[in-house]
Design a protein around this ligand. Structure first.
Ligand SMILES: Cc1cc2nc3c(=O)[nH]c(=O)nc-3n(C[C@H](O)[C@H](O)[C@H](O)COP(=O)(O)O)c2cc1C
Length: 363
């Protein structure tokens, strides 16, 4: 029998709350992307067909630098979504993440929900697990499941803010960093370290990459607020206590600019080629700005779930194609022929953005 605190009931509730914007306001804050703009190039000196959007991720070619962020699995609704996410990712040629596989260790019968390879044979896909599980579980047991899943990578989430608002959430975050270092050392596939909407400060990102993390997905603030999502599991109206944290976290665009600065070319000796942008991205333009700020790929969770909810598989494919078209048009209008050259473009920022970037570099 499942209880409200059972992982599959919790995962089903998360998906239900996130995809019912008429009842639940799960987003808060701002990302900072609106404070940035490009300098238009009226003489691009290239042709639309010569602009290449392709890149590599987790050892495979992808058609444009976008990934579907980790979301679900372990409930019937989650399984249906995962199947369509994997099929759409295969059709478009992009990477896709799955939700936390924690449930697999308790309910091995839901293995099918996470069998992405069946629907996405050629694109990279990555598993997902919490950092507390990395501390508390046998790593050998995790590696066995990753092997059975045939995953190309694993995203490990850091989410103390979410846990604190989850009634049954973890409260003890001691010794996680050391466990992560051990995990990086032995894990047979690349490890992505991500937040779930509060960002990762520069100093920690450098530390994690220096100890073997393959990628940092900032998953900054300005989009889905997981403190709010957890709060809505108890109430329909957000509580005063959770609203106090509405602007908590590092806004995604500022998180990236604190890694790479705003002067072009935006490069960092440790972090270049290892950073993913997500958290509150809501358009292809947010994606284009992310890549210009120095990220290698950009990702989204909530908009993907909402596109699927309103349009099913076809709606999802249309949404993904539209992101790709925006990126393509934007690159042409900047006169940029390939993704790797985007950090060389000039960016115009507000005074406040510049100031906050400098402040955040200290973090
Ligand atoms: C329905 C749903 C379920 C999610 N489940 C997970 C999860 O299992 N593991 C994880 O690391 N992040 C999970 N996330 C968080 C996202 O991966 C992402 O970091 C966060 O929502 C911010 O991105 P967004 O503003 O584009 O939604 C989930 C997001 C959504 C919308």
């Amino acid at each position: 029998m499942s209880t409200p605190h059972d992982p599959s009931t919790r995962k089903a509730a998360h998906l239900e709350i996130c995809t019912a914007p008429e009842f639940y306001q799960v987003e808060s804050g701002t990302t900072g992307f609106q404070e940035l703009s490009f300098i238009h190039n009226p003489l691009p000196q290239t042709s639309f067909d010569d602009v290449s959007l392709t890149t590599k991720f987790l050892g495979k070619s992808v058609s444009f630098p976008f990934f579907i962020s980790s979301m679900t699995g372990g409930s019937e609704g989650g399984y249906a979504l995962n199947k369509d996410l994997a099929r759409a990712a295969e059709k478009i040629g992009i990477p896709v993440g799955m939700g936390s596989i924690r449930i697999l260790f308790r309910k091995p019968e839901v293995f099918n929900h996470f069998r992405f390879r069946k629907f996405a044979p050629s694109v990279p896909f990555f598993a997902n697990l919490g950092s507390v599980q990395i501390r508390d579980m046998e790593h050998r047991e995790i590696f066995e499941v990753l092997n059975r899943l045939e995953a190309d990578g694993i995203a490990v989430h850091l989410n103390p803010a979410q846990e604190l608002f989850q009634p049954e959430g973890d409260r003890d975050f001691r010794s996680i960093k050391e466990a992560l270092y051990r995990f990086f050392d032995k894990c047979p596939i690349p490890v992505i370290v991500k937040e779930t909407g509060c960002g990762i400060p520069r100093g920690l990102a450098v530390d994690l990459v220096s100890h073997g993390a393959s990628y940092i997905d900032v998953a900054g603030s300005g989009g889905t607020n997981w403190m709010r999502v957890e709060d809505f599991r108890e109430t329909v109206v957000s509580s005063k206590e959770v609203e106090e944290f509405d602007s908590w976290g590092i806004p995604t665009a500022l998180n990236l600019s604190s890694y790479f600065g705003l002067e072009s070319p935006r490069l960092d000796p440790v972090l270049s080629g290892k950073v993913l942008s997500s958290g509150g991205l809501r358009s292809g333009m947010d994606g284009l700005k992310s890549l210009a700020l120095g990220a290698s790929l950009f990702g989204m969770a909530l908009p993907v779930a909402l596109a699927h909810k309103s349009g099913g598989y076809d709606g999802l494919v249309q949404f993904l194609n539209s992101l790709k078209r925006t990126l393509h048009r934007g690159m042409l209008l900047l006169g940029v022929r390939d993704v790797i050259s985007l950090p060389n473009t000039l960016l115009v920022a507000t005074q406040e953005f510049l100031y906050k970037t400098e402040q955040l570099k200290r973090g």
